[in-house]
Design a binder for this molecule. Structure first.
Ligand code: SF4
Length: 448
């Protein structure tokens, strides 16, 4: 039986469900980045990209009009001391700075505006950033251009500016429809706002729409999760991501607005995740990895069927570019042998650019072993199976034993398969191959 499908009731296993684990949007995960790897390494990696490299570009907009209390992103509300205009000026300068290092013959196959809320940009900002990107990089005519958009801030002028920029995929934050839960997370938005944003996007020719939903929010019930999942599935969106709220107020100060006692317990979270999966699969969506669902025919579903699914900093993707280059405060870049990150603080980022310095502050040079372990983790998370090289299996056996004994995975020789019982615990199984995961308690979100 294909373990991806929710064909039977999931079993709640507290020892696994309550484990704190990385999401492995990269391997090694970001908490292993070091300040000793900086702009020198970034410069060398960019200049040694092959002439025929394909590039995936990411532009981080670290601003929102208002903060949602559940937010785990690097974002803030723009102020007089921290204005959006000067951030956009710095972004344009960084794009030019990096373009001088990357091969001029490289082709851009992806561009993603993330945040924060990229809809906070004015039409002029959007035009200027796109003109700078297109002026410095060669875009493939088939490039996917995507943006994360907040239905609350989306005006017809913003939609038109993104459409003119070539946007062909929009990701909308929906999270939950219930007004009481929305108030508890400081993000009130009506169904009408969401529907009118979708109509606006579609009439501007932006046909591919994703929605992000959440479970595990304060006061959220199973009924709220199912109501929102049904709403998403009834609006003919291409992809739906379902994320569990990660309550880490010691790392994200604004999460202090959420009272711990209002949060669903671990088993309720687990059942909410299951209910979302059941609702979306019953509506015809195909499960992709552990938190995505795609309409049949969507390129992510096709990539999954063809074994081309990958993970990057945005989660599951069919992006196969040679290098991911991030622009903006906190943006992460991933090159064949190096991952590096810009300063998260917007003032530090702006100052570095204004002084013609690199904003890179930390990173990690990948060893051959990092790449091999990363490939195993990615295969488990994407394909629910992997062939494990002998040395990696030998080092992981003790960590893997509880999952094997509990019937979450099956190991025949070197071939590991996640069972249907193990599907909800796929992050636990993947983490068994990460030699440093046992020492990371308290730094990550719950497995489910
Ligand atoms: S709109 Fe998105 S990025 Fe901004 S605070 Fe809310 S969740 Fe965070």
């Amino acid at each position: 039986m294909n373990p991806r499908y929710t064909s039977r009731r999931w079993e709640y296993l507290p020892d696994f469900a309550q484990e704190q684990l990385p999401r492995y949007t990269s391997y090694p995960p970001a908490n292993r980045f070091s300040p000793s790897v900086g702009h020198g390494a970034a410069r060398a990696a960019l200049t040694s990209l092959p002439a025929n490299a394909t590039l995936s570009l990411y532009v981080h907009i670290p601003y929102c009009k208002k903060l949602c209390w559940y937010c785990g992103c690097n974002t803030s509300v723009p102020t007089l001391k921290d204005p959006l205009d000067s951030y956009v000026t710095a972004l344009k300068a960084e794009i030019a700075q990096i373009a001088r290092l990357a091969p001029g013959t490289a082709s851009v196959t992806r561009l993603h505006f993330g945040g924060g809320s990229p809809d906070i940009l004015t039409p002029r900002h959007i035009r200027e950033i796109m003109a700078t990107l297109r002026g410095h990089f060669a875009f493939s005519s088939l490039a996917e251009i995507a943006a994360e958009l907040d239905p609350r801030g989306l005006t017809p002028a913003t939609i038109d500016a993104y459409a003119a920029a070539g946007l062909n995929r929009a990701s909308m934050g929906v999270q939950v429809l219930d007004r009481g839960v929305q108030q508890a997370i400081n993000r009130v938005q009506s169904r009408e706002e969401i529907e009118s944003s979708m109509r606006g996007l579609r009439s501007a020719g932006i046909e591919s729409i994703n929605m992000d939903l959440m479970y595990g929010l304060p006061g959220q019930t199973m009924g709220h999760v199912i109501e929102t999942a049904l709403f998403a599935s009834q609006h003919d969106v291409d992809r739906i991501a379902v994320f569990g709220y990660a309550h880490v107020p010691w790392m994200k100060k604004h999460q202090k607005g959420i009272r711990t006692q209002d949060l669903p317990d671990s088993e309720t979270r687990f059942r909410q995740s299951e209910a979302a999966a059941q609702s979306l699969e019953s509506a015809g969506y195909l499960p992709i990895g552990f938190d995505h669902f795609a309409a049949p025919g969507d390129s992510l579903a096709t990539a999954d069927m063809q074994g081309r699914l990958r993970r990057n900093f945005q989660g599951y993707t069919d992006d196969d570019a040679t290098a991911l280059i991030g622009f903006g405060a906190s943006a992460i870049s991933s090159l064949p042998n190096l991952i590096y990150q810009n300063a998260s603080d917007t003032s530090a980022y702006r100052e570095a650019i204004a002084e013609r310095r690199s904003p890179v502050v930390r990173g990690i040079t990948l060893t051959e072993q990092d790449r091999r372990i990363g490939a195993v983790i990615e295969q488990v998370l994407c394909n629910f199976e992997a062939v494990i090289p002998g040395d990696i299996l030998a080092c992981s056996r003790a960590r893997l034993a509880p999952a094997l004994q509990s019937g979450l995975a099956d190991l025949r020789g070197s071939h590991l398969t996640v069972t249907s019982r193990g599907r909800p615990y796929i992050r636990n199984i993947a983490a068994c191959f990460d030699p440093s995961h046992a020492s990371q308690a308290g730094k990550h979100s719950l497995a489910i």
